[in-house]
Ligand binder design. Structure first.
Ligand code: GBH
Length: 451
């Protein structure tokens, strides 16, 4: 055991990495899997970079043992993965397909043998196409179908998994799938319809919290993985920190705030006016179902400062020179990972927080000696982990961290053009090569401290 240093993380801190079904599995026609909206969308010309699809991706469906060996070599304590709904219910509901769950059981047994604890996400955007054909998230029935699938699946896996997350990043699949059209299913709805989709997404979450609880053994923990906007104070003085607290609730009103409070903020409803969603008091209670833990995906910040306006804050937009990683949206804002959990803990008194995703894209190249020297990813990770350590040292109850991602994978509309892995994947040969950032992460894990 390394001696504790002033930069140590709390004892027992859970170091992990994360992936998602459609981004890594491949094997889209195997063992009775039904099509999802990402199969459909990625095959429409022009929707994804170079027409890339997840048909093969990392072929993780067949190579999961090799991938778990990579995790073990890193010293990972935990691994966050997602289940493809359409493997379990090929048309989203009705008769389950046992072969679909068998894959996850095999994978979970392998993790167990490696001493790695699974954290399971039940939905990471791959909605069964059959449900989209009936309106997808525009249809309230989809929320009910999700809760049924989540309850069934959690029951089947309850002996193997103790932490479940309902949905991954509600805002991403709702706003991009039904608002801008950049993600599957590629729709551009008017605001009133979009607001109703948002409402059904949080309702799906709440219904699933209840169905998972009802179906699993005592002690099972239920949460969500949300990339809440990290409203970091641009300068950390008292007035701006106060503004950051107000902004955190308002900027996340559609998703995290309503999940934590069971209520839309007045400002959100006022802003929507006639486009506000229709909802019942009963639904609001379901949406606010208490959680055992909160998962926060953290990539970048939305800087704010105090303002003498009605709401008490304003956003500070980044100038064009603001540094970002290989993805245009990924501005380097390490304090995000301090403020995001801290604000959630200050505002809602959350007692158990995980960073369910953090990481970055880099322009990775294989050097003549065969190595990948991703020093910029190390720079990014070191800065974010420094701020995360600051959070734990300040008593913010962050219990674990999942690096996105274990390996390069299918980056949605960006296809294979953006690499987020700490392991390089040659998508022609499926060869995996740990990058220099793997060595960095391994060292941090071994020391439970920043090196
Ligand atoms: C996460 O999203 C996802 O959970 C994960 O699946 C993904 O691989 C990872 O991050 C890396 O991106 O294309 O200009 O419309 C992070 C939040 C929200 C950031 C959607 C990118 C799209 C911007 N993402 N956003 S754009």
């Amino acid at each position: 055991m390394a001696a504790p240093s002033p930069r140590s993380f709390p004892p027992g801190f859970l170091w992990g990495s994360a992936t998602a079904s459609y981004q890594v599995e491949g094997a889209v026609h195997e063992d009775g899997r039904g099509p999802s909206i990402w199969d459909t969308f990625s095959h429409i010309p022009g929707k994804t970079h170079a027409g890339d699809t997840g048909d093969v991706a990392d072929d993780h469906y067949h190579r999961y043992k090799e991938d778990i060996a990579l995790m073990k070599a890193l010293g990972l304590k935990t691994y966050r993965f997602s289940i493809a709904w359409s493997r379990v219910f090929p048309t989203g509901r009705g008769v389950p397909n046992p072969k679909g769950l068998d894959f996850y059981k095999r994978m979970l047994d392998e993790l167990h043998t490696a001493g790695i604890e699974p954290y399971c996400t039940l939905f990471h955007w791959d909605l069964p196409q059959a449900l989209e054909d009936k309106g997808g998230w525009q249809n309230r029935d989809t929320a009910v179908a999700f809760a049924d699938y989540a309850g069934y699946t959690a029951k089947q896996l309850s002996d193997r998994i103790s932490h479940f997350m309902t949905l991954n990043e509600l805002d991403s699949f709702v706003e991009l799938g039904y608002g801008t059209g950049r993600f599957a299913p590629g729709l551009q709805l008017e605001l009133a319809k979009l607001a109703q989709v948002r409402h059904y997404s949080v309702l799906a979450h709440g219904l699933a919290v209840q169905s998972i609880r009802a179906a699993t053994k005592a002690g099972t923990k239920v949460g969500v993985a949300q990339d809440a906007k990290a409203t970091a104070p641009v300068i950390e003085d008292e007035a701006n920190i106060r503004a950051a607290h107000i902004a955190m609730r308002e900027e996340n009103a559609e998703y995290l705030t309503v999940i934590m409070e069971g209520k839309y903020t007045d400002a959100y409803l006022k802003k929507l006016g006639p486009a506000a969603p229709r909802f019942t008091p009963e639904e609001m209670k379901i949406i606010g179902s208490p959680l055992d833990f909160l998962g926060l995906n953290c990539y970048t910040a939305d800087y704010v400062r105090a303002a003498a306006n009605e709401i008490g804050y304003e956003q500070v937009h980044n100038p064009s020179s603001f540094p970002h990683m290989a993805s245009d949206w990924l501005f380097v804002a390490p304090e995000a990972i301090y403020w995001l959990p801290r604000l959630a803990s200050d505002i809602w008194g959350v007692k158990e927080i995980y960073i369910t995703e953090n990481g970055c894209s880099s322009d990775d190249h294989i050097a003549p000696d065969g190595h990948i020297y991703d020093s910029d990813r190390i720079m990014y990770l070191r800065n974010y982990l420094t701020q995360l350590q600051r959070a734990t040292a300040d008593g913010v109850p962050v219990k674990g961290y999942f690096l996105w991602s274990l390996m390069d994978n299918y980056e949605w509309a960006d296809g294979y053009s953006k690499r987020f892995g700490i392991t390089y994947v040659d998508f022609q040969t499926q060869k995996r090569t740990p990058k220099m950032s793997s060595d960095f992460y391994k060292t941090v894990i071994a020391r439970n401290a920043l090196a």
